[in-house]
Write a protein that binds this ligand. Structure first.
Ligand code: GLU
Length: 378
């Protein structure tokens, strides 16, 4: 067993940063789009226990379209894209309010985040979304995320929250992702049609054989079936995040996943190695930061790059862009995502962190480049 597999998550209760994705079918009682408040309360109870035990929790919640279509009197049939978007706009309010209420009983704050694919994929926007989520988690809040359905067009939609949840897992380095729906896990064939179908409880690696077991997506409110769940599991496990598919219909189903029926997909990397690979994969660095010998040493010891250690800045870049780091002899020592634009980086280079606000007129990050956002060349 190599180091990567050894580091991988073994049980949900040991997860440090856990994403829980909830399908529409669980949140609404039936086709009427009524929210299932009792079920929500039971889930909030389970989540409160995980939080008390030290885990950070992020929720990815579907249900805006299911709730909103009823409120707007839209038919039960297939909706056109603009009708779906209208339904999401109307439904998201009630959906989020229900989450807020469920957590208020535990004195826990929630925060709503609506994302489009660009927010997780483009390095610049990714850094902003990631920092916001990190800040919320450090303040003890539970971020509740959905796709920004009202602005996303067909071509640029995630389309299903399974994939959105996997992208979020990748973005924030989660070690566990639970896809909670009305499906209890993966079978070797479709159990509705094939009596010999066997339940698969552990998947070490998602091979084409595993992908072949997913079959067709089931119709209904939610766009995700087993196909999108396997797609999501592929993204997340490669990003260092273990994935669990489990049936969430029963009350308190989150707390019974360990030891219960579920399919567990093992991570095939650690979140930090996967993130470093992603950062290093930036195609065109936008500039160069030249740093002094003290900063070179600090970076070698796993520290962040502070403005004080930067001797000079070259290139034209925005906050969140990839830049190269060089020592004073102009040897490349690594690369990373920079927390300031080239204009602002020039103004604060060589200065103490405490001077940033006076120099720029706003309080930005303490670091020029956070240690999570940089990769030292091996
Ligand atoms: N974003 C959609 C909603 O909130 C759900 C997408 C999905 O079904 O995965 O209604």
């Amino acid at each position: 067993m190599d180091a990567m597999t050894e580091n991988s998550l073994k049980s949900l209760s040991s997860a440090k940063r856990l994403i829980i994705k909830i399908g529409s079918a669980l949140l609404t009682t039936d086709k009427s789009g009524e929210l299932n408040h009792n079920w929500l309360s039971s889930l909030a109870d389970d989540i409160a226990t995980f939080k008390r035990n030290g885990a950070e929790i992020i929720i990815v919640s579907s249900g805006a379209v299911a709730v909103g279509r009823q409120a707007l009197g839209l038919s039960l049939g297939q909706l056109r894209l603009e009708e779906k978007q209208a339904a999401a706009a109307a439904g998201q309010i009630g959906l989020f309010h229900a989450w807020q209420e469920a957590f208020a009983r535990h004195d826990t704050r929630t925060a709503q985040i609506l994302l489009t694919p660009g927010d997780t994929e483009e390095r610049r926007r990714h850094l902003n979304a990631r920092n916001t989520i990190e800040t919320l988690l450090s303040l003890g809040a539970v971020p509740v995320i959905n796709e920004n359905d009202t602005v996303a067009t067909e071509e640029i939609r995630f389309g299903d929250n399974d994939r959105l949840a996997a992208r979020v897992a990748q973005m924030i380095g989660a070690d566990g992702l639970v896809l909670l729906s009305d499906i209890d896990g993966l079978y070797s064939a479709d159990p509705r049609h094939d009596q010999s179908a066997e339940f698969i409880s552990e998947v070490a690696e998602i091979t084409s054989e595993i992908e072949g077991m997913a079959g067709e997506a089931a119709p209904g409110y939610s766009s995700g079936g087993m196909v999108t769940k396997i797609e999501a599991a592929k993204i997340a496990t490669r990003a260092g995040c273990a994935v669990v598919i489990a049936d969430g219909k029963a009350h308190h189903s989150l707390s019974t996943i360990d030891g219960g029926t579920r399919t567990w997909f093992h991570a095939t990397a650690t979140p930090s190695t996967a993130r470093k690979r992603w950062i290093a994969g930036a195609l065109t660095p936008g500039g160069v930061l030249t740093i002094d010998s003290g900063a070179v040493k600090a970076l070698g010891n796993g520290k962040s790059l502070l403005p004080a250690g930067v001797i000079s800045v070259s290139g034209d870049f925005e906050r969140g862009d990839a830049v190269v780091i060089e020592n004073s002899a102009k040897d490349r020592i690594g690369c990373g995502l920079v927390a300031y634009s080239s204009k602002d980086a020039n103004l604060i280079a060589g200065h103490k962190t405490g001077e940033i606000e006076a120099l720029l007129g706003y309080r930005g990050r303490d670091e020029m480049m956070h240690r999570d956002d940089l990769v030292i060349d091996g």
